[in-house]
Ligand binder design. Sequence first.
Ligand code: SF4
Length: 397
Amino acid sequence: MDARERLDFLIQDKNLDADLKKIAQMVQQGQRISFQQGVLLYERGELGYLGVLANYLREKKHGDYTYFNRNFHIEPTNVCIYDCKFCAYSRLIKERDQGWEMDVDGMMDIVRKYDHEPVTEVHITGGVVPKQDLSFYADFFRRCKEHRPDLHIKGLTPVEYYYIFKKAKVSHYDGLKFLKECGLDSMPGGGAEIFHTDVREKIAGDKCTSEQWLDIHEQAHALGMRTNATMLYGHIEEFWHRVDHMERLRQLQDKTFGFQTFIPLKFRNQGHQMANVPEVSVVEDLRNYAIARIYLDNFEHIKAYWAMISRDTAQLSLAFGVNDIDGTLDDTTKIYSMAGAEEQKPGMSTQELVELIKNAGRHPIERDTLYGVITDYKDVIFAEEKKANYYSLPVVE
Ligand code: SF4
């Protein structure tokens, strides 16, 4: 049975709750579901039901294609003027001796490490410190582009930009325009957390507001940059806060069409001030991916960060709306491991990523940051796989 037939079958089920049947029919007809229906999916949608709807939409948009890229991260500092309660990664300014603060030369040393590697993207994010200001990043973006023009710079979030632009007394638009001229290509999705003030003030009250976060993305879209969006879920928020978060993203996307990918981020509970809050189950992770795929009908891509949720859950997520599992990483990020993720040294070879996708029955595609196809791995056989055909016979003593 294919995804379309499974959805037909589900809709025929006489025991299906009438409200859930209505949503399934709307999905089949390509109609947008409402805020209330989004909440209802969280409250009453079982995993199997949500999987059928989300997989139908995923296969309608992308078939079996599952994307990954070859990337590395630079985290210029883990010292931060802010004090988000869920953050295991950062150190306050008064604890800066326990952290790291790179200069531009140090960041360029990391870029040069990849000189002979076929990576396509550098992802830059970290804490917020006064000396890493507008001229610091302008200098780095320029030098990085001069050194390696083909490397896509996906840099910083509105949390950093809000502080940097305010300090430099420039508008969001002018600041981004300037950095784009220096080499910035696109923006990752971090710092969104949960938009609603009730939650945001409790977990991340001192950094940029939701309105500022959304405005910086809107200005980036106006400059022709593509950006991503995240949502930190599974802590003190209620279901409707998640829907409210996605609703704000859906509205901005209707206006600009500048978002590429939505990335739900699982709250992990180690090493920070919210360690007493239990983590949600893998079932809830999968339900959340599926509802994101259904609710965000104007987002092309839903991504699971394998480094955050484990390789196994990333494989499972491919049946619940996810069509992208991020990149090779090469152990260049500490953000997930310091918060308690299973992957303590996150890095996967291209072969491992390809096999992970193939073993889940999907079609691996290496992409660039903007989803241009670099390599279709459907029929690629790696040298190591070929070697496995040569058996060494047991030796009897
Ligand atoms: S989440 Fe980001 S802004 Fe908040 S404390 Fe950590 S590094 Fe700083």
